[in-house]
Design a protein around this ligand. Structure first.
Ligand SMILES: [Fe+2]
Ligand SMILES: [Fe+2]
Length: 474
């Protein structure tokens, strides 16, 4: 189904035939634009940016690239096509037809999930607000802006659901999504990671690798939802999300590539020598990975959760790839074994009902997905003849939510004393001097085809264009 771009709000949900909803969303639209101007990419409103805009919700719908000034980007409401005869894929109502409306008894749960997802979208734009000023190349600048406009559209996706299916409560929540701000002391964003500052591009690349990947898993599990409009919304959002993770994975691969070049040129793996050449030593990169990975793990919630059990039982939120990855879609008898802290500085095994462990099931799948990039980067390092290996820390390390919250462990997840933890943490996550060094690398490079000292140029450009194409005209 093609998207109607003649409308004030482009959409494929036949908005023109629902005047009340259309009016409500047209009322929200200028507020969104005000928010974008204030909190979106700082100072780049008049730049011409080479962006893709969806014209359809199938794979070909993405082939539409053009030069756009960001405030003129056509944010709209796009749902993946309806799957005829779709039935509920998990939980107590397994096999029954999916819902086109929110059942009253699950309204609060759905609303909370949609609001929480919706809150992350503008939050990330706010976190990345100033990055444009220190871009390592025009190619990277364009990717940043592509991500920003798409996160803006993800906000639209959730706001549409709130307006269309949650009445007055939904409209109020939509207002609140623009009132909370990342890192705001009084009105912060809902989830911790989305209040962390992203002040440099190394953090941005880690964020798109780890935190956008959390987004992928949340969207995948919501794409299984029995509430069909939510499932269809998330299915389309996933096509956008793929690009965000691509930016993270290839970006970090380019950082590793550049570091290896410098190691070869200087003939040393000495951190100071590498830094003198304006590159990122691998242990420094490791500390950034430790930080963003552990922060992103908290987004999956508590290891044992009655809330997770009930959203699964009620058909609200499934597991990623529910149909293809799992045989048992009801999980009333299945169990899950967890390692939990024993409260005495050690570990204990505990077996809980599978439904109660759904957050952990998701987190495990996420960790596996995160490992793919590390394997690739380690292959680069190995091919260059070095023994150094990047590693994901244990999922028990530096947690702030769940059973392991505030339990001091080392990178392998072994519980250790509080004092030892405090002493070692500056060596495990970016220290003040690491951050200052990374900040010193953040010099704006905007000459077409040129790239900053700390990251290798990309292997190829966007949409078959040359790497030195002028992706952003300032
Ligand atoms: Fe998003
Ligand atoms: Fe994203």
């Amino acid at each position: 189904m093609t998207i109607d771009y003649s409308e004030k709000i482009p959409n494929n949900v036949d908005l023109a035939n629902d005047k009340t909803l259309q009016r409500a969303l047209e009322h929200w639209q200028p507020r969104f634009l005000d928010w974008w101007r204030e909190m979106g990419p700082n100072d780049f409103a008049s730049a011409d940016v080479y962006l893709r805009t969806a014209i359809g919700v199938d794979a070909q719908g993405w082939a539409n690239y053009g030069t756009v000034k960001m405030p003129d980007y056509r944010w709209g409401i796009f749902l993946a096509d309806r799957m005829p005869d779709r039935t509920i894929g998990f939980g107590d109502s397994f096999g029954q037809p999916v819902w086109q409306q929110v059942p009253g008894e699950f309204r609060a749960q759905f609303r909370r999930l949609i609001v929480t997802q919706g809150d992350t979208e503008p939050a990330s734009v706010e976190q990345q607000h100033r990055l444009g000023h220190t871009c390592p190349s025009l190619y990277d600048l364009r990717n940043l802006f592509q991500i920003n406009v798409e996160e803006g559209r993800h906000l639209w996706a959730m706001v549409y659901l709130l307006h269309a299916y949650f009445g007055r409560d939904g409209r109020e929540e939509a207002e609140e999504l623009l009132a909370r701000h990342s890192g705001d002391v009084d009105k912060p964003r809902i989830l911790g990671t989305f209040n962390e500052p992203i002040e440099d591009w190394l953090s941005f690349l880690c964020f798109t690798y780890f935190t956008d990947r959390d987004g992928k898993f949340q969207l995948k599990s919501l794409a299984e939802s029995s509430f069909d409009p939510l499932a269809r919304t998330c299915r389309f959002m996933l096509t956008e999300e793929a690009h965000h993770m691509f930016v993270g994975e290839t970006g970090l691969a380019r950082v590793v590539k550049r570091t290896l070049e410098v190691m070869k040129e200087t003939g040393t793996d000495d951190a100071e020598a590498i830094r003198r050449q304006g590159a990122v030593d691998l242990p420094l990169l490791q500390r950034y990975l430790n930080f963003w990975f552990s922060s992103s793990l908290d987004l999956f919630g508590s290891e044992v959760s009655s809330n997770a059990a009930s959203t699964f039982a009620n058909g609200i939120k499934g597991r990623p790839d529910e149909t293809t990855q799992y045989q048992d879609h009801v999980c009333t008898d299945a169990s899950f074994e967890l390692d939990l802290p024993d409260g005495k500085g050690g570990l204990k095994k505990e077996t809980v009902g599978m439904r109660n462990a759904m957050n952990e099931v998701l987190r495990d799948a996420y960790v596996k997905d995160c490992e793919i990039g590390l394997k690739r980067w380690n292959m680069q390092i190995k091919r260059a003849g070095h023994a150094y290996k990047l590693k994901l820390p244990s999922s028990r390390f530096r947690r702030a939510i769940g059973a392991w919250a505030n339990v001091p462990t080392d990178l392998e997840g072994k519980p250790i004393g509080r004092e030892e933890y405090e002493r070692c943490l500056p060596g495990w996550t970016p220290s003040a001097s690491d951050k200052a060094f990374v900040k010193s690398l953040m010099k704006r490079v905007v000459e077409p085809g040129k790239t900053a000292s700390w990251i290798a140029p990309p292997d190829r450009g966007v949409n078959n264009l040359a790497v030195d194409y002028e992706y952003v005209r300032l």
